[in-house]
Design a protein around this ligand. Structure first.
Ligand code: IMP
Length: 449
């Protein structure tokens, strides 16, 4: 039996989609447990290039069942668009999808509020994905959210009215367009309920049954630890629990059932939107930041915004490792560093002559800190598509070992390019334990057509 979690250890965009796709032959089920269509997970194999926002990356494999957990916020129309898009590309979702009746619904009013607030914040904007994620979670915590189960209930109009009463005055204050009337939303909600009905279920009960039957389940995190509502760089965060603990509350899984956690880290750091980023390289058009952005194709998958780029922050990654109890690391985009003469890693922060080894809670304090760097030699050699550790130059191998020690967990996978086949799968005993007799299937999947 194996239940494994994959989470991002930075500010999202670590390449989780590729890693989940690669590991999916070892699992019968892939489940999401938080977030919504703010995520953008990319899967590339052969000539195919798929972007997933709500559906787990396991959907690409016809044998895998896919779950949207109660901890998610779901925009039914976005889900429909995604499913139809996949079906046009020959990927049938059919009976493989299971959606929690307890997941909350993102309403058009949430999107209006997200936009109006961001505009009003001006320079201090969070830089959200404008998908209505924050307001939907806010209504959930405020106990007037609409859940999938409510879409066809007799109480729906009352719930819509309660939300309207909270949201309409704020939109008016912000000078935004008025929200649609509750009665105008009702018909669309009813249609969504009917369309979602075949997939709607109690995910906690389903996962419990599947676990009892020995099915292997992979939990796919979205965003990253530094965007976590509690532990991230608050308030510049998303509104959900992005660490491994999110699985317990976001899918109804007892923590003791989890066998292992894989943390995904990119070989450097990126961030989309506002908020502190101590290792950011704001060094102009000819600088290393721009080089990483171009070579790493660092643009938001969901919003198309250019990502801010910088050096690897080992202080932040160490904290993220600790929060999720990470057993193994997957290191992505190592090849993006191929042309650099030297590479820096932030190993501490400095404030007023004092060295700090921990991430401060206040965003303003983090923004004031100076990174303390270790400088490592670059390798100036093409590593794209490397399939084994021995294919990497010595300096690249040293960089991997340095990161393992700085973060405090061993690397089991190294991504050497965006495609599924461009991956080094290490012979790590812990990875073998977690994947069990399906380790060979994962290897074959990497090498397959
Ligand atoms: P929200 O999740 O749309 O509310 O956005 C809050 C913050 O999280 C913003 O800084 C977004 O750019 C960031 N964010 C949300 N989803 C992702 C993601 O999938 N990758 C990277 N950043 C994200």
């Amino acid at each position: 039996m194996s239940q494994m979690i994959v989470v991002g250890l930075q500010w999202g965009d670590e390449g989780k989609g590729k890693i989940v796709d690669l590991l999916s032959p070892a699992f019968d089920v892939v489940a999401r447990f938080q977030g919504g269509h703010n995520a953008g997970h990319t899967v590339r194999f052969g000539e195919r290039h798929l972007t997933l926002h709500l559906l787990p990356s396991g959907i690409v494999r016809p044998q895998v069942s896919c779950v949207l957990g109660n901890g998610m916020v779901i925009a039914p129309d976005a889900l429909r668009e995604e499913i139809e898009g996949l079906e046009r590309q020959g990927i049938e979702v059919g009976e493989r999808l299971f959606v929690s009746a307890r997941a909350h619904v993102i309403l058009p009013t949430h999107v209006l509020l997200d936009r109006a607030r961001e505009e009003a914040r001006g320079e201090a904007r969070i830089g959200t994905t404008l998908r209505g994620i924050g307001p939907a979670y806010e209504m959930k915590a405020g106990r007037c959210g609409v859940r999938i189960a409510d879409l066809d209930s007799d109480d729906l109009i009352e719930l819509l009215r309660a939300q309207h009463q909270r949201i309409a005055p704020e939109l008016a204050n912000l000078g935004a367009e008025p929200p649609p009337k509750p009665s105008a939303l009702l018909a669309a909600c009813r249609q969504q309920a009917e369309w979602l009905a075949p997939w709607t279920c109690d995910v906690a009960v389903l996962l419990d049954r599947w676990q009892g039957e020995g099915k292997r389940i992979l939990f796919e995190g979205a965003q990253g630890a530094l965007l976590d509502l509690d532990f991230g760089t608050y308030p510049y965060v998303t509104s959900s629990a992005t660490t491994a603990g999110g699985v317990a509350v976001g899918a109804g899984v007892p923590p003791r059932r989890i066998d292992g956690v894989l943390g995904v880290v990119k070989a450097y750091a990126t961030r989309v939107g506002g908020g502190p980023f101590p290792t950011e390289l704001d060094d102009g058009d000819d600088g290393i930041g721009e080089h990483l952005r171009r070579r790493g194709n660092e643009r938001g998958t969901t919003t198309g915004r250019p990502r801010r780029c910088g050096w690897f922050d080992a202080v932040a990654a160490r904290y993220a490792r600790l929060l999720s109890g990470v057993d193994l690391l997957a290191l992505t985009k190592l090849d993006v560093l191929d042309e650099l003469d030297e590479i820096r890693v932030c190993v501490a922060y400095r404030a007023g002559g004092r060295e700090i080894q921990e991430l401060p809670a206040a965003a303003a304090e983090l923004a004031r800190l100076e990174p303390v760097y270790e400088t490592l030699p670059g390798w100036r050699q093409d590593t794209r598509g490397a399939l084994q550790l021995a294919d990497l130059p010595a300096a690249a191998r040293s960089y991997v070992v340095f990161l393992e020690q700085a973060v405090g967990a061993p690397v089991a996978l190294i991504s050497s390019g965006p495609r599924r086949e461009e991956t080094i799968l290490l012979d790590h005993p812990e990875l073998k334990r977690l994947l069990g007799d399906r380790y060979a299937a994962v290897r074959a999947h990497r090498d397959g057509p």
